[in-house]
Design a protein around this ligand. Structure first.
Ligand code: AMP
Length: 540
């Protein structure tokens, strides 16, 4: 197998002056050629050398979405170190945890975003050095600095990349991908999505997540396609770029598409040069799939993947793209559906846990043998923790995370099924369904709804659900909220909903005096939930 880095080196040689990256800015746009990207990454590797970074060291960087972040990422991979991109929206406590857990040799941060040493917010790098950089100066210096060629140092099974998973419970875990698994992912996607050098990718996703970094950026670099990289997801700018720009490929999450459609309004726009719109990282409701087709004129290719595996399943580029289904295994990916409790095979068409095996699967969690062992079955299949089924036609449909499964009165309720029905009600703008602890039912199916105008009555929504679902699946209650708590990828944080809902239950059960005393804390709790909302500058 030819590693991703070797292919990239050859691509840079062949594409030379062609734009690898186009960085739109205020009134002007910067172009970075494949030559310049390669030189910048070599110089960044030399710079890391100078700081004592060697093979196997973790190179953590917490930078805005920028050329500097890409130079450092490619540099770390090429010298056999482990690239560790971090979300610039992390709090100090989150950064401290990851830097300590990973034993990072360096933590590179943007100078204007770095509390000075000795101040209460100063970052601590117990096993290495804190390196504040000025992003723009760094990019220019690296692009001009001559640096020697390097032979790709790492071997196929060496770790190349570590991404802390956006787990919703407990501490995040560092998922390590090898050079071989990165390469396998790139090769599979190139073939399945028919990437070519003629493509132009409109890139709006963050670089600290598998979707934006591997699927999108690596996908384009791997074949020598140009990436137009927006530093942030700005719905009006992206909608304009989709309609007028040179892009042939666009990748988004459902929240991104929702916001683009809101921008388009009742119009229908033509995406003249576009050949492929993909969507993943979260459930794509059928209504959204249909609205995209209606307003943007494209049937989105929905795909399914995760940090530990990259992409596993995708709807076909040539062939039927089915709304509500996540497709078929990519070439080289093995999938099976098993009973999550007994690990026995489930009959065709029945719901079980998706398990996968193949060269795309990660190495394990950083220094956590117990969690790594628990993530695999005894016969070596990775347990995704996602529930769904595979039909007789070999197509997969996802029902939701095992952890989100609600057991109410002994019956299994898949939140996605209820959300799907709720979303069809005109009074529902957004919704999420979770199980709240309940003395009678064990867990009570609870709907959290951002209402449209006019706001429907609770009993009306429950009746609507009962019209299409068995009674035990219909929500027992509906909470109307201003927004849903979402993580950096726009996914609803069910844990925050459950915690908030449970808090409200406790609150309602208190005496009047107790409730009055608790109001300030409760409001702070709601504020915290909203602080993670996607409308804040999380994406990008
Ligand atoms: P992450 O590791 O942050 O990429 O999250 C991976 C998880 O996102 C998967 O385990 C699924 O639960 C979810 N996911 C990814 N793609 C889809 C999809 N097309 N539909 C529903 N859920 C998805």
């Amino acid at each position: 197998m030819r590693l991703f880095l070797e292919t990239l080196r050859e691509t840079c040689r062949e594409c030379g002056p062609k734009a690898a990256l186009v960085l739109p800015g205020e009134g002007s746009e910067r172009q970075v050629s494949f030559d310049s990207l390669r030189m910048g990454s070599l110089a960044a590797a030399q710079w890391l050398d100078g700081m004592g970074v060697t093979r196997g060291d973790r190179v953590a960087f917490c930078l805005p979405k920028s050329l500097a972040a890409i130079q450092i990422h490619l540099a770390a991979c090429s010298m056999g170190a482990i690239s560790l991109p971090l979300n610039p929206a992390y709090s100090k406590a989150e950064l401290d945890y990851i830097v300590r857990d990973s034993g990072a040799r360096v933590l590179i941060v943007a100078r204007d975003n770095c509390p000075t040493e000795g101040s209460p917010g100063a970052l601590d790098v117990p096993c290495g050095r804190l390196c504040p950089i000025s992003v723009r100066d760094f990019e220019e210096t690296m692009a001009l600095q001559p640096a020697p060629e390097r032979d790709p140092a790492p071997g196929p099974s060496d770790p190349a990349l570590m991404l802390y998973t956006s787990g919703t419970t407990g501490h995040p875990k560092g998922a390590c991908m090898s050079h071989a698994s990165l390469t396998a992912n790139m090769d599979m996607l190139r073939d399945a999505w028919q990437w070519t050098r003629e493509d132009t990718l409109l890139h709006i996703l963050p670089l600290f997540h598998v979707h934006g970094l591997l699927v999108a950026l690596h996908g384009a670099l791997h074949v020598g396609a140009t990436t137009v990289m927006h530093a942030k997801f700005d719905a009006p700018a992206v909608t304009r770029a989709l309609a007028d720009g040179p892009a042939t490929v666009f990748m988004g999450v459902p929240t991104v598409y929702r916001r683009i459609l809101a921008e388009v309004g009742d119009r229908r726009i033509r995406l003249s040069g576009m050949r492929l719109l993909t969507c993943g990282s979260d459930r794509l409701p059928v209504e959204l799939f249909e609205a995209i087709e209606r307003q943007l004129g494209h049937r989105v290719v929905e795909r399914y993947g995760m940090t530990e595996t990259g992409i596993m399943l995708s709807n076909p580029v040539d062939g039927e793209r089915v709304a509500g289904q996540v497709g078929v295994p990519l070439p080289g990916v093995r999938m099976r559906v098993r009973d999550p409790r007994t690990n026995a095979p489930t009959p065709v068409g029945e719901v079980g846990e998706f398990q996968t095996r193949g060269p795309h699967v990660f190495l394990g969690y950083w220094q956590d043998r117990a969690k790594t062992r628990a993530a695999f079955t005894e016969d070596g299949w990775f347990r995704t923790g996602d529930l769904g089924r595979c039909g007789p036609d070999g197509r997969f449909e996802i029902k939701g995370r095992q952890n989100d499964l609600i057991i109410s009165g002994g019956f299994n309720v898949y939140p996605a099924e209820v959300e799907h029905v709720l979303a069809r009600h005109p009074g529902v703008a957004q919704c999420a369904v979770a199980g709240l602890p309940d003395a009678e039912w064990g867990e009570a199916v609870t709907a959290f709804v951002v209402p449209a105008d006019p706001c429907p009555a609770e009993h009306e929504l429950i009746r609507h659900c009962r019209g299409s679902l068995a009674a035990y699946k219909a929500p027992k209650s509906v909470r109307f909220v201003d927004s849903l708590p979402r993580n950096a990828m726009g996914k609803v944080r069910k844990d925050a909903l459950v915690a908030h809902g449970a808090e409200r239950e406790r609150f309602a059960a208190r005496s009047l005096e107790g409730r009055l005393a608790e109001i300030p804390q409760l409001d702070r709790g709601i504020g915290r939930i909203e602080a993670t909302d996607i409308r804040r500058p999380d994406i990008g």
